[in-house]
Design a protein around this ligand. Structure first.
Ligand SMILES: Cc1cc2nc3c(=O)[nH]c(=O)nc-3n(C[C@H](O)[C@H](O)[C@H](O)COP(=O)(O)OP(=O)(O)OC[C@H]3O[C@@H](n4cnc5c(N)ncnc54)[C@H](O)[C@@H]3O)c2cc1C
Length: 294
């Protein structure tokens, strides 16, 4: 297979996996180097192993047969029946979309909320200790007023009692800027123990071609030198994955720095995704924090 069609293959598989993941399904592409029991170019969705074939014109008849139909049943003489369906039909059958996670796509990566710890009410209950009051009789209005007061007066330590955990997939150069925020906890996928996936951030074809070339060299190198050393030739735009645990005080600080127009465009896009999930889970805190910073 030529390099051009191999590149086209990578792209097709990534698009497919991206769509399946966005629907909340467990999907992954099997990396070329990890293929043992699977055939080349396989993807696995909810435990089903799939082969991906892309053709410019080759499948037109199949599309015709599927017009206004849900499934095409096909059978060659003495062979078993095959069923071919639209991707969207398969997603429905596998129960996707409804159980989509709190995940926002950013470039070819994502920001996924893993969990939150604490609620706005719990924060208000903790703060009442300052006033020696009974913490169980707070109305919703009391909670909101307290949060507003704390943010207005920059009484920020109570926000350290609430936290969020995210899983993030971002280019290494974005992660590097992110990790400068020392007040979070991080755990990153190791390229000492795993083989890098051919997933890169690129703004044009020229960069994409360079990335693919570097990746092919990397695959060649890991045949005779250690992964932890071969990774030195991988581009800074290689996607990495990491968990990030951060309390709300420092999350707000991160957002103030990384949503700012002086921050690099790419990390700003990730910060926007973090802000959306923060707003969804802690709407009152988000509202008064935003009021304070704009
Ligand atoms: C637009 C932009 C450009 C940047 N350019 C560069 C660059 O060119 N080179 C570079 O190296 N970095 C650069 N940075 C990174 C920057 O210097 C900070 O390291 C990063 O933004 C993390 O900020 P922070 O220290 O406030 O956050 P955190 O590490 O999360 O800390 C949060 C807060 O905790 C307190 N804190 C944490 N650690 C200490 C400590 N040891 N002592 C006292 N107080 C502490 C501080 O109040 C701090 O603000 C840049 C950042 C931005 C936003």
């Amino acid at each position: 297979m030529g390099k051009k069609s191999r590149r086209k293959g990578y792209r097709g598989e990534y698009q497919l996996v991206k769509r399946l993941k966005a629907a909340g399904l467990d999907a992954k592409r099997v990396p070329l180097s990890g293929q043992t029991e699977f055939a080349k170019g396989d993807v696995v969705v909810e435990g089903l192993v799939g082969e991906v074939k892309l053709r410019k014109d080759g499948f037109r008849q199949i599309y015709k047969w599927l017009e206004n139909r849900d499934i095409l049943f096909a059978k060659a003489d003495r062979k078993e029946y095959l069923s071919i369906m639209r991707l969207e039909t398969l997603i429905k059958i596998l129960g996707g979309e409804n159980n989509a996670m709190d995940e926002i796509q950013v470039f070819d990566g994502y920001v996924r909320l893993v969990r939150t710890d604490g609620t706005e009410r719990q924060l208000a209950e903790i703060v009442r200790i300052s006033y020696g009051k009974d913490e169980n009789d707070l109305t919703d209005e009391d909670v909101e007023r307290l949060i507003q007061l704390l943010l207005r007066n920059k009484h920020l330590s109570p926000f350290e009692f609430l936290s969020m955990v995210f899983k993030i997939k971002a280019p290494i150069f974005v992660a590097r800027q992110w990790f400068r925020h020392r007040t979070g906890s991080y755990l990153e996928k190791s390229l000492r123990y795993t083989i890098a996936e051919p997933e890169f951030y690129a703004v044009n074809d020229e960069m994409e071609q360079y990335n693919q070339k570097a990746y092919e060299e990397y695959l060649r190198l890991i045949k005779h030198i250690r992964k932890e050393q071969a990774r030195a030739i991988l581009p800074m735009g290689t996607y990495t994955e990491f968990y990030w645990k951060i309390d709300l005080r420092n999350l707000m600080h991160f957002l103030e720095l990384r949503l700012d127009k002086h921050a690099q465009y790419e990390i700003r896009e990730y910060a926007k995704a973090i802000e959306r999930l923060f707003e969804e889970k802690f709407p009152v805190i988000h509202k008064y924090w935003k009021e304070r910073i704009v």
